[in-house]
Design a protein around this ligand. Structure first.
Ligand SMILES: [Zn+2]
Length: 474
């Protein structure tokens, strides 16, 4: 019987080659030009699940892109792990900032990844991290080391708000019953500082449209006499933060929980160098809410950011025009007690109130989700912690993350189980940015750690903890 380490050693080149094939398919869910590629990726995942030993593999239709399901039930009395991941990716724009084409994966060594990293859109988020689970299953089924039942649910719309997952999950509760949900779609602090994400921020995403005159106007004939929607939009957006970089929407902070001094101190234990942070981003200074550290600003505090803004003439040369319309996309990252629907409503009311009479304003909510905090005294967390100890030789640090995976709160509500976020990517892996990559070491370390989680979770669930016998995967 192979140990997980020797199995990885023997098969690692194939694992990487398979991931490269997966990364070549441009499964951009936000852009319908890629529709066939997104569907092709679902097919790829279903084939991979079958090859890894899954039964009852299905490409489940939804009103949008399909969800790929597969399972391996070995004994109904054993616990069941439900793995969630996504096969869609963010758009590659701006393409000209990539050093190599986003859908032609290449392996390059970097300072942080001396063993090489795969550069491609989706390498880390989430194809690489999702594929670790399929390869971990392959190991467990082929070596006879699968200690419990497993189900996979891999969706194709995570990057556009998981709209149809919230349609699918309530309709398939029976099929999806589980004892723990396992997701690798977050990161860890560093390769020598493993961490487990215990908190996620929520999200409210809106698009705003400002309309001035009923048509584009000559800026000489009309300039100064009518509202310019772009000028007005810029003023309105600027007014959403005050001089302390606090958000000015009335009621926005009402539900925000202030962490205790002890909690803040625990957070501050995670190693962090402000100098390196600034250097990595090539910025002279950081920017954010007064009274909070950088790590607090991007994890336990809510934010409001413009994600895109447009209107008027942006082509070559000059065109003297006052545009009829101006637009912006705005995201608000929220903390666990903030209700995203309420925040969306507060934003809408406020934004409509601050608009001058000279323009019309429309706020269109896009999508959102609740924040999430997972307790660390559960057997799920302990199993994950032991798994990292085993593969990294270090106890992982529980870490609150600034990102959002809105479906985690949905899972808890619909499926009544806790989620464990075992992320193996790094913040520097440039997810959602040009030159996204995933360290090969991280990819393989994930494949190694996952079977340990299954083992410890099964043991702890059975309440048969035997410290002398936890080495059967050696
Ligand atoms: Zn993701």
């Amino acid at each position: 019987m192979d140990s997980v380490k020797s199995y990885i050693e023997k098969n690692k080149n194939r694992f990487v080659e398979e991931l490269i094939e997966l990364l070549k398919i441009p499964s951009v869910s936000a852009d319908s030009t890629y529709k066939n590629d997104v569907l092709k990726t679902a097919k790829f995942i279903s084939e991979s699940l079958k090859k890894a030993g899954c039964d009852n593999v299905e490409i489940c239709e939804t009103p949008g892109y399909p969800i790929v399901y597969g399972e391996k039930i070995i004994d109904k009395n054993l616990p069941t792990v439900l793995v969630y991941g996504h096969y869609d990716v963010q758009p590659a724009d701006p393409i000209n900032l990539w050093d190599s084409p986003p859908f032609e994966p290449i392996i390059k060594k970097t300072e942080i990844h001396p063993d090489g990293a795969i550069f491609a859109r989706g390498a880390c988020d989430d194809k690489g991290q999702m594929y670790m689970h399929i390869k971990a299953l392959e190991y467990m089924t082929t070596s006879g080391n699968l200690p419990c039942n497993v189900k996979f649910m891999i969706e194709g719309e995570e990057e556009v708000g998981s709209k149809n997952l919230s349609w699918f999950v309530p309709r398939n509760k029976e099929k999806l019953t589980n004892d723990v949900i396992l997701i690798s779609d977050t990161g860890m602090i560093a390769n020598d500082i493993p961490s487990i994400t215990t908190g996620l921020r929520g999200l409210s995403y809106v698009e705003v449209e400002i309309t001035g005159p009923n048509r584009d106007l000559h800026s000489g004939l009309y300039g100064g006499a009518v509202a310019n929607p772009i000028n007005i939009l810029a003023q309105m957006i600027a007014s959403l933060h005050d001089e302390n970089n606090q958000i000015t929407i009335p009621g926005f902070y009402d539900a925000v929980e202030e962490l205790t001094k002890t909690e803040k101190e625990a957070m501050a234990k995670a190693p962090f160098s402000l100098e390196n942070y600034k250097k990595a981003l090539d910025i002279k200074d950081v920017h954010g809410e007064k009274g909070y550290t950088t790590n607090e600003r991007n994890s336990i505090r809510p934010t409001l950011d413009v994600n895109g803004i447009w209107g008027g003439y942006t082509g070559e040369g000059a065109k003297t025009v006052i545009a009829s319309k101006a637009y912006a996309k705005i995201s608000m990252r929220l903390v666990p007690n903030q209700n995203w629907k309420k925040i969306t409503e507060l934003f809408k009311n406020h934004f409509e109130t601050i608009a001058p009479k000279s323009v019309k304003v429309e706020v269109k909510p896009h999508h959102g989700g609740q924040g999430y905090v997972t307790p660390i005294d559960t057997i799920e967390y302990q199993a994950a912690s032991k798994a990292y100890e085993k593969s990294f030789g270090k106890t992982p640090i529980p870490q609150r993350s600034g990102g959002s995976i809105p479906i985690v709160a949905l899972f808890e509500q619909e499926l009544k189980s806790k989620t464990i976020l075992m992320g193996f990517g790094l913040d520097s892996d440039a997810i959602h940015s040009p030159n996204e990559h995933f360290g090969i070491w991280n990819f393989l370390k994930g494949i190694e750690t996952i079977p340990y989680f299954y083992q410890y979770f099964t043991e702890l669930s059975k309440n048969l903890i035997n410290n002398n016998n936890d080495d059967f995967l050696e």
